[in-house]
Design a protein around this ligand. Structure first.
Ligand code: 9WO
Length: 251
């Protein structure tokens, strides 16, 4: 058997992994051997007697910077025999992660994920090891670990065998440039709020149109960036096309 999709995580807090990914969908998939996680303590590559991993910033300023010599050894060690995998640095400066990149990663052998702490890592590590900086959103965390967990979760749910047939179908009908339409379940009335009549009508054509309208309205209001791309019609479904969301495919 060939190796399952593998996340090799470099962190000062290896006990944070698999963390939440040991539960639910990802956790069951982990137990079934559909993916692997190897968290390595960056500190184990420190060679001085105080096992220092950080130092003061060149040029002065607040905080600490992760040392390039320690990180270089750590990266080289986990890359051994894993050359086909991209090496990502989770950082608010990175290129925004999107579903297309997640799909891409899921099709490869895995990823090396470098989690920074303090004010970040010495730039020479990023340049010298060709690290790709990836962001999961425009906010600052206290370290890269929660971002790595998010990225891994997004990848793992796409791996073959992880999701059930129903969820896989839903994934395939995902209209990439539109936000999701609102969902409802029983009871039909709750705290005076009713499930929209159209959803109880049994008219699948009307239900599909309603969902499409709702998805378009939400996208136009909340995500002008996605809305423009949707109107341009680069990928996914085109507007004004009676293509039911529930059976259409993106690719
Ligand atoms: C700390 C800081 C302090 C003062 C002024 C600016 C500052 N920026 C940072 C900073 O970026 N710290 C990072 C903490 C260093 C790398 C790991 N950390 C991190 C990763 N925070 N947030 C992320 C992250 C990763 C991916 N997507 C979103 C956020």
């Amino acid at each position: 058997m060939t190796a399952p999709w593998t996340a090799r995580v470099l962190t000062l807090f290896p006990e944070m992994f698999p963390g939440p990914l040991g539960h639910s969908l990802a956790g069951r998939a982990l137990e079934r051997g559909l993916w692997r996680i190897e968290a390595t303590d960056i500190r184990s590559f420190a060679e001085d007697r105080h096992r220092m991993v950080d130092d003061t910033p060149a040029g002065g300023g607040p905080g600490m910077v992760m040392k390039p010599d320690v990180l270089g050894r750590a990266i080289d060690a986990v890359r051994q025999g894993f050359e086909g995998a991209p090496c990502l640095y989770l950082s608010p400066r990175g290129k925004p992660l999107d579903q297309a990149r997640v799909r891409d990663l899921a099709e490869g052998p895995g990823a090396v994920l470098l989690c920074g702490r303090f004010e970040g890592v010495d730039q020479r590590v990023i340049d010298g090891r060709g690290l790709e900086e990836v962001s999961i959103g425009d906010f600052v965390l206290s370290g890269g670990e929660p971002a790595a967990l998010c990225l891994i979760d997004a990848v793992v749910r796409l791996l073959p065998g992880v999701m059930g047939a129903a969820e896989t179908l839903a994934e395939e009908s995902f209209t990439g440039d539109l936000l999701e339409y609102p969902h409802y379940t029983r009871p039909t009335e709750w705290e005076g709020r009713r499930v929209p009549d159209v959803l109880l009508s049994g008219h699948h054509g009307r239900i599909d149109s309603w969902r499409r309208e709702q998805a378009e309205e939400l996208t136009r209001e909340r995500r002008p960036d996605l809305w423009s791309r949707y109107l341009a019609g680069g990928r996914g479904l085109r507007p004004n096309q009676q293509n039911p969301i529930s059976v259409s495919r993106k690719d």
